[in-house]
Design a binder for this molecule. Structure first.
Ligand SMILES: NC(=O)c1ccc[n+]([C@@H]2O[C@H](COP(=O)([O-])OP(=O)(O)OC[C@H]3O[C@@H](n4cnc5c(N)ncnc54)[C@H](OP(=O)(O)O)[C@@H]3O)[C@@H](O)[C@H]2O)c1
Length: 279
């Protein structure tokens, strides 16, 4: 029987098995997708060993995305741009790595808001970590021309400017009002707003009317940022849809079928997120 898995440390919280096992059942594929807790010092060995193992590949989650990038034998352009891998697969006996976070975000946006066009748009991204980099790269590929970044650590914004060039604008406190007033899209990519964590403090009064507000956090399903945005009449996008869409390419690479992100799947994983909140 074919096997795939998600590796992380810790890994208990991962929803990837729920997603992939749903698709395996849906498509009648005789395979299993598991969670594997892999300690940081064992990541390189685990990934190098995939070529000769029972696994057709794996997803990689926190904190292993960068070490997985180092460990795979081949990477594609997207993985190299990010220096991080979230999807590993075996091709012609070689362990290959890619990153699907950026395409997951764009696909989720297209599914939820099919009429939105990003071409020529201006965006504001809060955060400058790994997920921010994936989303910034994808937004540039989609034709977004200016991306303002708000982040606690300034050096990380400068790093993004160095990598992506003059399209990346540093937004400090004094420039925030003007940046928000001209943004078509606002995305929170920080962990601020997560269940039980620190909230994201952002004055939404200045945000351009009608701007789309996205949060990649999915627990809670609707963050305080999205609730506030909805109250002000903005269209919104939650993070769960991105999680589902980033899983699509891995499944296709491992099992040869492109799965769909259906309402049934969304509801299944959303119910699991809600259940975890209650327990
Ligand atoms: N929906 C999805 O499919 C999906 C995919 C990937 C990630 N995510 C979520 O996205 C979030 C970020 O992930 P990541 O991989 O980008 O993590 P990361 O590389 O560690 O980046 C974390 C970001 O959050 C900021 N941050 C963290 N704590 C903060 C605080 N107390 N005050 C201000 N800023 C703070 C960091 O700012 P500094 O630079 O100042 O440290 C940085 O910009 C996580 O919640 C993760 O679960 C969701």
């Amino acid at each position: 029987m074919k096997k795939a898995c998600v590796i992380g440390w810790p890994i208990e919280h991962s929803r990837s098995p729920l997603i992939h096992n749903y698709w395996l059942k849906k498509h009648g594929i005789n395979a299993i997708y598991e969670k594997k807790a892999v300690e940081p010092e064992n990541v390189a060995r685990f990934i190098a060993g995939l070529a000769l193992s029972e696994f057709v590949g794996c997803n990689v989650t926190i904190p292993h995305k960068e070490s997985a990038f180092q460990a795979v034998a081949e990477t594609d352009k997207i993985a190299r741009r990010l220096g991080a891998v979230n999807t590993v697969y075996v091709r012609n006996g070689k362990v290959c790595g890619t990153n699907t976070d950026g395409e997951g975000f764009i696909a989720s946006l297209r599914q939820q808001h099919p009429d939105v066009s990003l071409q020529g748009n201006t965006a504001t991204v809060i955060g400058a970590g790994g997920a921010a980099k994936a989303i910034i790269g994808a937004l540039i590929d989609e034709g977004v021309t200016r991306i303002g970044i708000i982040n606690r650590t300034r050096e990380r914004i400068l790093g993004l400017q160095e990598q992506f060039g003059s399209q990346i604008i540093e937004i400090n406190e004094t420039a925030a009002e003007q940046a928000l007033a001209t943004s078509d899209l606002l995305v929170n990519t920080t962990s601020l707003g997560m269940e039980g964590g620190t909230a994201l403090a952002l004055d939404m009064r200045y945000l351009k009317p009608g701007a789309l507000v996205a949060d990649i956090i999915y627990a809670p399903l609707e963050t305080a940022l999205l609730t506030k945005a909805k109250e002000r009449g903005h269209p919104v996008l939650g993070g769960l849809r991105m999680l589902l869409h980033q899983a699509v390419r891995g499944f296709e690479l491992w099992f040869g079928v492109k799965p769909e992100v259906t309402k049934e799947l969304y509801d299944l994983v959303a119910a699991d997120v809600q259940k975890a909140k209650r327990t």
